[in-house]
Design a protein around this ligand. Structure first.
Ligand code: EPU
Length: 433
């Protein structure tokens, strides 16, 4: 039942042309989940057509929502929910299903969903979610492979101090707080662009949220939310991935529908490494012709350099002239791309959470397995720079997060083909991200 999808990339060609960046995966997922908080209809636009948003739409349907998907538009009406239990078959396919915890609890006073376990990029703990929601009056129990949360007397406001600014933890607490009794303060909140977009969406439905885009978010609970329309922000991680790909392969690309203001740290790095980058509102233009310089990198929370663009950057540095040191501080094990890049001919040594990359490496094609979504983007970048043809197996990881990556790369002149697509392999692999 599971034919493999494979991305075949023929390397050695610079990228030239213009593409439009899609809507943000990491904003769409909590925004779709947040539709559970209102009985009124919501119309979402600019939702990327990727496996993860399809899966989230399916989960909402399984809970009793009316969901209509057409191209990049998703209409949701959660008038009467028939269940607050996210089935293991659906929820385990995507680690981000944890963002259903806050809205289900806020709307129904109950939630049961698969427990996010360890995965290929680190432990992915959720104790900050649990502690914050418990402070708000929820009782959360470990039911083996599931988490069950209940708040029979409703949720109340609380002062929640996060040890570290967890993205989905902040989202869960905000979503639980919008219908809670009283005021919730979240200190050390995550301020990634997708967290901000979720908050703006909730405000458009009638939620009272202050401090959006800062590390102190204050939510004053309201009786009910209304309906509305929202256009999801553009995906800065997709824009960053294509910008890094063009810097690595060389050439000149224009990324329309891009949010350069969300990509300040990556753009600084690309300029230091030797790319010319011009930005205008909604647009990034990148050109790279000369040699690449090695530039060290440390991942950090927003507005620092995003962990999701670390793997693509590591692939870029294999082409730089000298030694670059890349340190990953957000996840303890996000270097799955390194052994694969080494198999392609890269010279990389690992020292704990730090990769030392010595370039420029002459990469060569072959058959390699994609281990996770962002590592997959790094493999694609490696393949664009490699001699010959690279077969990237298990390309479903890429389809989870990038809308039509193969088509967009072809639009930029790359020789890329997706074969055997469409099979639902995730049900067998059960990796969480
Ligand atoms: N952490 C804890 N305790 C918690 C929560 C998190 O120790 O209670 C740790 C994690 O183990 C990790 C770090 O804190 O080491 C950061 O985790 P965070 O909770 O911020 O990550 P997340 O919410 O699980 C989201 C994105 C990820 C992105 C990270 C970091 C979504 C759906 N996922 O995950 O995106 O890498 O934030 O920015 O928004 C991806 O798109 O490929 C992806 C994995």
């Amino acid at each position: 039942m599971t034919a493999s999808s494979t991305l075949v990339v023929r390397g050695g060609r610079p990228l030239h042309g213009t593409i439009c960046v899609s809507g943000s995966k990491n904003a769409s997922l909590p925004i779709l989940a947040a539709c559970l908080l209102t009985a009124e209809g919501v119309q979402l636009r600019n939702v990327p057509r990727i496996a993860d948003t399809r899966l989230m739409a399916g989960i909402l349907e399984s809970l009793g929502c009316d969901v209509a998907v057409e191209e990049n538009r998703v209409d949701v009406r959660a008038a009467d929910l028939s269940s607050s239990h996210v089935g293991t078959d659906l929820g385990r396919g995507m680690r981000a299903s944890i963002v259903l915890l806050g809205p289900l609890l806020g709307r129904t006073g109950h939630a049961r969903l698969p427990k996010p376990g360890g995965d290929e990029i680190g432990m992915r703990r959720v104790e900050q979610h649990v502690r914050g929601l418990s402070q708000m009056g929820a009782r959360i129990e470990d039911r083996g492979s599931e988490i069950e949360a209940s708040a029979p007397s409703g949720l109340h406001g609380a002062r929640v101090v996060l040890d570290m600014p967890t993205v989905t933890g902040t989202e869960n607490i905000v979503m639980a707080a919008v219908l809670a009794e009283g005021r919730t303060e979240i200190l050390n909140a995550a301020l990634e662009p997708h967290v901000q977009d979720l908050c703006r969406f909730l405000v458009s439905l009638g939620a009272q949220i202050e401090g959006i885009g800062t590390d102190t978010v204050v939510v004053e609970g309201v009786e009910a939310l209304g309906g509305g329309e929202h256009a999801v922000i553009s995906d800065y991680l997709e824009a960053g991935t294509f910008a890094i790909a063009a810097a690595a392969a060389g050439g000149e690309v224009t990324l329309e529908c891009s949010p350069p203001e969300d990509l300040e740290a990556p753009i600084l790095k690309l300029r230091e490494a030797g790319a010319e980058v011009d930005v205008q509102p909604g647009l990034i233009h990148l050109r790279r012709e000369g040699p690449l310089r090695p530039v060290d990198l440390v991942t950090w929370v927003h507005p620092g350099y995003p962990t999701d663009l670390q793997a693509p950057y590591t692939a870029l540095m294999t082409q730089a002239d000298g030694e670059a040191v890349v340190s990953e501080y957000i996840f303890e094990n996000r270097f799955q791309h390194v052994p694969e890049l080494v198999r392609m001919g890269a010279d990389i040594s690992m020292h704990g959470r730090t990769a030392v990359i010595r370039g420029p490496a002459r990469l060569r094609g072959g058959a390699i397995r994609i281990p996770d979504i962002r590592a997959g983007a790094a493999m694609v970048i490696g393949a664009l720079c490699a001699d010959g043809e690279t077969e990237l197996r298990e390309a479903w990881h890429i389809e989870r997060g990038y809308e039509d990556m193969a088509g967009k790369l072809r639009q930029l002149g790359a020789e890329v083909e997706l074969i055997d697509a469409g099979a639902d392999e995730r049900s067998e692999h059960l990796t969480y991200e």
